[in-house]
Ligand binder design. Structure first.
Ligand SMILES: Nc1nc2c(c(=O)[nH]1)N[C@H]1C(S)=C(S)[C@@H](COP(=O)(O)OP(=O)(O)OC[C@H]3O[C@@H](n4cnc5c(=O)[nH]c(N)nc54)[C@H](O)[C@@H]3O)O[C@H]1N2
Ligand SMILES: Nc1nc2c(c(=O)[nH]1)N[C@H]1C(S)=C(S)[C@@H](COP(=O)(O)OP(=O)(O)OC[C@H]3O[C@@H](n4cnc5c(=O)[nH]c(N)nc54)[C@H](O)[C@@H]3O)O[C@H]1N2
Ligand code: SF4
Ligand SMILES: [Mo]
Length: 892
């Protein structure tokens, strides 16, 4: 469809499609890739259920997946293209993109423009973006947020296997007798896969789990052994293991002789290794080696604790070395297994989204590969070298070398390291276009032009999950306003740049068939990725496509990768690499004494543009926080719920203190989710230094260094309102609540008049006010009322405000000024902070039930309260509550 045919008025969503028509689709969050059954309700929303027939989840969903229906409303949605904040038609918008890109190319060459894309794009979107940049613009300056995510795994796989192949499948995690989780908080980040593992462990008394993570996490609660190694020392740990494998005669000599090269060099380096670098005790090291070596069926899962490191690729190969040396690969219940982060992280790798790849696992720097792709695309030009990787791309932008940038489906002003420098580069770039669901992101706010894309529930195409299963995302809701599919927007720009035939797509199915056909040519050149069996599928077959794992050749799906001991290297052998531990690039100093680790929380997704809409998901953790060890807390003079200020030469952050012996002394962990839009001082990538792995270019997101001190607020506040408001305070964190919005606040200067402050905060200049103000104690409480009901309320105290937030939120809009008491009356129970987001069960309810009903197991809690019986994401926390080790809540 051409822009000219597009409507010019902006209808909101015109209403649900045929009510009751349930659609099989795929969850848009993590790389587990769960199947979802979505049914439109009569209010324009959706009800969702796990798809019992999807092989990834067999009906399960986690808290985020179950809350999908709460995220598809149109609040904050971008419904129309906007140029510098003003509505503009699609025709003008797309002409402008084509012209600005073409101008820059004409004046400064193809490498003066760039696309920065995302593992949350569908394969069809990704394919078209990659084709336009690499085949027609003639630059390889297209990189993806997968650079921050999977790049080290890709590099490690290619070094060892010759291609980026994930050897394992999900069933292996259930069939193994030992599961080692390295730098993976599976319980929170891949919850359904974690549930499958937990169920398998309950069934198989021989199954053991080891977690390797500097911090204790919800995942380590399942493990038989938790190795709290020093940050960044995974290579030393797996080198130790390899040396032990050889020492104890556990090498699979026949496999190595036939199928592996590089064994001797790798072993030599491993023997020169000093395992003491890991900081682990000799007993723990031995226990690890005993279990790993003594168990034939071992799966080693790894994630961002491995990838996001300046030695990330080496960490990956250190793990692969051990599996190659023991021949524990390509067989049931064993193997290395990289879990992918985003729903289509794997698809993006397959389709060549990285600046150093071509589609179908072909390499840009391989002349033969380039030639085949160029012929297939009938492309006028192809770059001969890799393009700029994400960090370098934004550096080049800072230096004025990138004149036009198109960001699709990612929020780099929040998620890239040295995020302030990135934001400045975006702001100063001559022309920036952002395609997103909303223009209310830190990145979109810096763009010249924003384009409304369709989102989950509206889009239609394919994604590939962690175990190579290709699933369909399907539309279940009509596109809102003028939103268009990402591939359609890109193809339209391609046509406007003059490439009419190459981008003449009318459906996603057409794009998929073209891609499948190209994969056949790649397979002919010895690549692993082959879906050529799908090259001729009809539109109807594409629409009805069931989840299937590639390869899919014309003979149908083929067997397990590496089952025959053959790899994709020139010799056909798997490669072991000689590796030496390298410390993280930043080292703590007297000025910057803390190691800053960053990562995820259970119920939020990245920069919160979708999960932030769900009150249910916000209740688990409502604020950005800093997890630190009790000894460090004491040294810094901070208590739980105080605020802490982190600073280093890149930037600053203010976060809620969460004291826990889950942290190592000297380390601080902070979540990545908060942004300029909901907690400006919580945007943690401001502090992360942009050091990268020399092989993969992946940033070291988990090992920056920082100073820390108490943030000496003179007042703390809690605010809740039925309506949205934008706080104004030194520290604030805003979120959805069941009755509107809630915010934590803190400031350095006590206000003269808290009533005035509250009126301004909530934008309610004329509301009736009830005020308790005790300046001598620094306490103030303001309720703003309409018709006798409190619509907005502000609590101020000289220390972190202690009150029942759950109570205040649930009574807002209902109760009168007695709500200012901040607690339920003696006859009403206070449920406390939500633990089970699905059934809305609070911590106090659970603790009371444990004590009063003598509950001793997670199953009993489920029977008594329902908690943990739906998605199961909170089961690790229920287990902690039983063990009387509650996760301290910052805000409750
Ligand atoms: N709830 C939720 N789930 C998600 C996401 C989300 O935003 N929210 N995002 C998805 C995405 S894109 C991704 S990539 C995945 C990430 O999934 P994970 O990688 O599991 O998540 P992280 O929290 O980033 O980091 C995992 C762990 O690495 C540890 N770590 C830090 N340094 C080291 C080290 O040197 N060695 C070792 N061994 N461990 C270390 C951290 O302490 C942390 O517990 O999650 C996916 N799932
Ligand atoms: N310090 C630190 N930084 C990190 C990490 C870390 O562990 N520590 N992890 C890194 C990792 S692994 C990742 S994956 C990144 C994630 O970081 P980002 O990719 O920046 O985060 P998201 O919030 O997922 O951004 C997706 C954007 O796309 C929009 N969107 C959603 N669906 C669509 C769609 O269909 N089309 C379009 N056009 N837009 C859409 C959303 O509204 C949102 O604005 O963060 C990285 N940054
Ligand atoms: S585990 Fe949760 S977030 Fe991941 S795909 Fe499944 S439902 Fe979605
Ligand atoms: Mo990721």
């Amino acid at each position: 469809m051409d822009g000219a045919d597009l409507p010019h008025s902006v209808p909101r969503r015109s209403g649900p499609m045929a009510a009751g028509a349930t659609v099989c689709t795929t969850c848009p969050y993590c790389g587990v890739g769960c199947g979802v059954l979505a049914t439109p309700d009569t209010a324009g929303g959706l009800t969702v259920k796990g798809d019992p027939n999807h092989p990834a989840n067999l009906g399960r969903l986690c808290s985020k997946g179950s809350a999908l229906g709460e995220t598809v409303d149109l609040d904050g949605r971008l419904l129309q293209p906007k140029l510098h904040g003003k509505d503009v038609g699609w025709n003008d918008a797309l002409d402008l993109v084509a012209r600005k890109f073409q101008d820059a190319i004409d004046r400064y060459g193809p490498d003066s423009v760039a696309f920065y894309v995302s593992g949350q794009l569908l394969t069809e979107d990704y394919y078209v973006a990659n084709k336009l940049m690499k085949g027609f613009i003639g630059s390889a300056n297209i990189d993806t947020n997968s650079r921050l995510c999977m790049a080290s795994t890709v590099a490690g796989h290619k070094r060892a296997f010759g291609t980026d192949t994930v050897p394992g499948v999900y069933e292996d995690l259930e069939q193994c007798d030992l599961l080692v989780l390295v730098g993976s908080n599976l319980a929170w980040c891949h919850p359904v896969l974690y549930q499958r593992v937990a169920a398998a462990k309950a069934e198989n008394p021989n199954m053991r789990v080891i977690t390797v993570d500097p911090r204790r996490t919800a995942t380590s609660d399942l493990s038989d052994l938790h190795l709290a190694l020093q940050p960044g020392t995974d290579v030393a740990l797996f080198n130790y293991l390899l040396a032990e494998i050889a020492e104890r005669g556990a090498v699979d000599q026949a496999f190595v002789d036939q199928n592996v090269e590089g064994f001797d060099d790798a072993l030599q380096s491993a023997m020169a290794n000093n395992p003491a670098i890991t900081g682990l005790s000799a007993a723990d090291l031995k226990a690890f080696a005993d279990m790993w070596i003594g168990t034939e069926r071992v799966v080693t899962v790894f994630s961002q604790g491995v990838n996001q490191s300046s030695s990330g690729s080496d960490k990956v190969n250190a793990i692969l070395n051990c599996h190659l040396a023991t021949g524990r690969i390509g067989r049931e219940g064993m193997g290395p297994f990289s879990v992918t982060g985003q729903p289509n992280a794997m698809g993006g790798r397959e389709v060549g989204g990285l600046a150093n790849m071509l589609a179908c696992h072909l390499d840009i720097e391989n002349a033969e590969h380039r030639h085949v792709v160029q012929n297939f695309w009938n492309a006028p030009r192809m770059p001969e070298k890799a393009g700029l990787k994400a960090v370098d791309m934004f550096r080049a932008m800072s230096d004025g070398k990138i004149k036009a940038l198109w960001v699709m489906c990612t929020n780099p002003a929040v998620s890239l390291p040295e995020a302030d420098a990135v934001a400045n580069a975006i702001r100063d770039c001559d022309f920036v276009v952002v395609s997103d669901l909303t223009d209310q992101t830190d990145t979109a706010k810096l763009a010249d032009l924003v384009l409304p894309a369709t989102g989950w529930g509206e889009k239609d195409g394919t994604v590939t999950n962690s175990d190579r299963t290709i699933s369909r995302q399907r539309a279940v809701l009509p596109a809102p306003g003028l939103a268009r599919h990402d591939w359609a927007i890109i193809a339209d720009v391609g046509r406007r740049m003059g490439y009419t035939e190459a981008f003449d797509y009318e459906t996603g199915a057409e794009i998929f068939r073209e891609y499948a056909a190209l994969s056949g040519l790649a397979a002919d050149m010895g690549r692993d990725f082959d879906i050529s069996g799908l090259r001729d599928i009809s539109d109807a077959e594409y629409n009805g496509m069931k989840p299937q794992r590639w390869p899919v050749t014309s003979n149908g799906p083929t067997g397990r990768m590496f089952g025959d001991g053959k790899f994709f290297t020139p010799s056909g052998k798997g490669r072991m690499l000689p590796l030496t531990h390298r410390a993280p690039q930043s080292q703590p100093t007297a000025e910057l004494p803390f190691r800053l680790n960053t990562g995820r929380v259970r119920d939020q997704w990245h920069t919160m543009t979708r999960t932030g809409k769900s009150a249910r998901l916000t209740q688990h953790i409502a604020e950005p926080f800093a997890e630190l060890h009790p000894m460090d807390a004491q040294r810094l003079g901070v208590s739980d719920a105080d605020l802490i200020q982190l600073s280093n030469p890149n930037g600053e952050a203010i976060l809620r203190v969460l004291i826990t012996d889950r942290a190592q002394p000297g380390s601080i962990f902070a979540p990545i989710h908060w942004t300029g839009q909901n907690a400006p001082t919580g945007r943690i990538d401001r502090l992360v230094t942009a050091h990268v792995d020399p092989v993969s270019g992946q940033p070291e997101s988990k090992a920056s260094v920082t100073a820390a001190e108490r943030f000496d607020a003179t007042w703390y506040g809690f605010a809740a309102s039925s309506n949205e408001f934008t706080p104004n305070a030194s520290y604030w964190a805003l979120g959805r609540s069941n009755s509107g919005y809630r915010a934590e606040l803190a400031g350095l200067q006590i206000k003269d008049d808290w009533e005035d402050y509250a009126r301004e905060l909530f934008g309610m200049p004329n509301a009736e006010a009830v005020v308790f103000d005790d300046p001598t104690k620094g306490i103030a409480r303001v309720a703003l009322m309409e018709e006798g009901r409190v619509q907005a309320v502000l609590f101020v105290a000289p220390e972190p405000v202690a009150l029942s937030r759950t109570h205040v939120i649930s009574e807002l809009g209902k109760a009168g000024p007695e709500l200012l008491a901040g607690r339920p009356g003696a006859d009403q129970p206070d449920p406390g902070a939500t633990v089970c987001a699905c059934l809305n069960v609070g911590i106090n309810t659970i603790l009371n039930a444990i004590t009063e009903q003598g509950l001793t197991s997670v199953a009993q809690i489920g029977e008594a309260l329902g908690a943990g019986t739906s998605c199961g994401s909170c089961r690790p926390e229920l287990a902690q509550l039983l063990a009387k080790r509650p996760v301290p809540e910052a805000a409750e």
